[in-house]
Ligand binder design. Structure first.
Ligand SMILES: *Cc1c(COP(=O)(O)O)cnc(C)c1O
Length: 415
């Protein structure tokens, strides 16, 4: 095994980092090492100026006229195209709207409607739970629909796919372990069986390059408040390959998805293209914040993001195992960087307390029940020196047993 780098080496890595200057665009508190951008991305100065402009000029001065003059009405599709460039989607196939959970509901219904002679939804038993909750909800409204789960009905998702499967709902990067799936290969497998596939990109968008069009994906969803830094509760997105647009019917047939919303007609007539996934009025202030956050990516090479992400996560694993190996931590993420998203998870029997102690010392990651401590590495604003510092604090907490203090065992509402 190679020797672990020393602080001087790590400082040299930061000095040579081509993404280093991006850090200045973000606003982070002093004394905090933020390793939770995979849960809520950091704020940026450009987001504040977008919000300021949207509130004080467009809303306060332009009032209702701003729907036209400030382009509010078209923002879902314009932001969708801008976001599409980060996920390998040509224009006209991505729309920003609603939440990931709601968008999963729309897409599962649309996909089931496109495969009327099939009744099975395949998903992962260890999926982010809302994906499964929504699948249950969809199944409850369509008698005869059944769920088949990886880890429950078979060990590997590939073994669940046959000609009864209408749609596969799958996470590109597992939220807990960070395990990455091969999008092109699983998409091909789905299509070979005549099934459709929905990729959940919540832990992908803004974290690593992905090529939806090239992988021949059918559908995708994802959120914008994690690696894309859109702000708390910023709207999610839907991708639908253009070849499917004519066949899609989604159940939330609100006026924003109507062909002529301002004709105020009596019956629903579905709008064209990706707009058909819209339902009702969208959160304009949140969309304006997202616009600022997405503009940052105009100056970013996603391949460089991926290179740095792997280097950061490799370094973290190497330092934690070298310095904290004696304290009961077990690597939960893949060791091979090419198999991992932009996060590292370790199992620890008292993970909750360890994470609370870390947060109190300014190293912010998060905890996922029952025993995962999770660290997200966002190459735009995390450096190699941050990794070093975080491991220093983690080692200290484990060596001294500081995490055993009773106050760290009291559960907070959000972990
Ligand atoms: C974060 C996340 C969600 C969140 O869904 P919301 O509807 O935005 O709350 C859904 N799926 C996955 C895989 C996630 O990581």
């Amino acid at each position: 095994m190679s020797t672990t780098p020393d602080l001087a080496t790590i400082e040299a890595m930061d000095a040579a980092d081509p993404l280093r200057s991006m850090r200045e665009r973000f606003v982070l508190p002093q004394g905090v090492i933020y390793l939770d951008g995979n849960s809520l991305g950091a704020a940026s100065a450009v987001v504040f100026s977008e919000l300021q402009q949207a509130a004080t000029q467009e809303w306060a001065q332009d009032l209702i006229r701003a729907w036209n003059t400030a382009g509010w009405f078209n923002m879902p599709v314009e932001l969708g195209d801008q976001l599409g460039r980060l996920i390998g989607a040509a224009d006209g196939q991505t729309v920003v709207c609603d939440t990931t959970s709601i968008n999963i509901y729309k897409l599962l219904h649309a996909a089931l409607g496109m495969r009327p002679n099939r009744s099975v939804i395949v998903a992962e038993g260890d999926s982010f739970p809302t994906d499964l909750y929504m699948a249950e909800g969809v199944a409850s409204t369509r008698p005869g629909t059944r769920l088949r789960l990886e880890g429950v009905d078979a060990a590997a998702i590939e073994d669940l796919i046959d000609d009864s499967v209408a749609v596969i709902l799958v996470n590109h990067v597992n939220y807990k372990s960070g395990q990455l799936r091969d999008m092109a290969a699983l998409t091909r497998k789905a299509h070979d069986a005549g099934a459709l596939i929905i990729w959940d990109l919540c832990h992908t968008a803004g974290a690593l390059p992905v090529e939806l069009d090239r992988a021949n994906a059918d559908f995708a969803v994802g959120c914008t408040y994690k690696y894309l830094n859109g702000g708390p509760g910023s709207p999610a997105f839907i991708y639908a390959a253009e070849r499917h647009h004519g066949d899609i019917s989604q159940p939330l047939s609100g006026w924003w998805g109507h062909a002529r919303p301002f004709a105020f007609e009596q019956g629903f007539a579905v709008g064209s293209g990706i707009r058909r996934f819209l339902c009702g009025t969208q959160p304009v202030l949140s969309m304006r914040a997202l616009k600022g956050a997405l503009d940052i990516w105009n100056d970013v090479d996603m391949a460089a993001v991926r290179r740095k992400s792997i280097a950061l996560t490799d370094l973290f694993i190497q330092l934690v195992e070298a310095r904290c190996g004696a304290y009961g931590l077990e690597l939960e993420s893949p060791r091979d960087g090419s198999q991992r998203g932009s996060q590292v998870s370790f199992l620890h029997p008292h993970g909750y307390q360890v994470m609370r102690a870390l947060i109190e010392r300014g190293v912010i990651g998060d905890f996922r029940a029952p025993s995962t401590i999770r660290f997200g590495f966002t190459p735009l604003y995390v450096g190699y020196g941050d990794v070093w510092q975080a491991v220093e604090v983690l080692e200290d907490i484990l060596r001294t047993g500081a995490w055993q203090d009773a106050r760290f065992a009291v559960k907070t509402a959000v972990t």
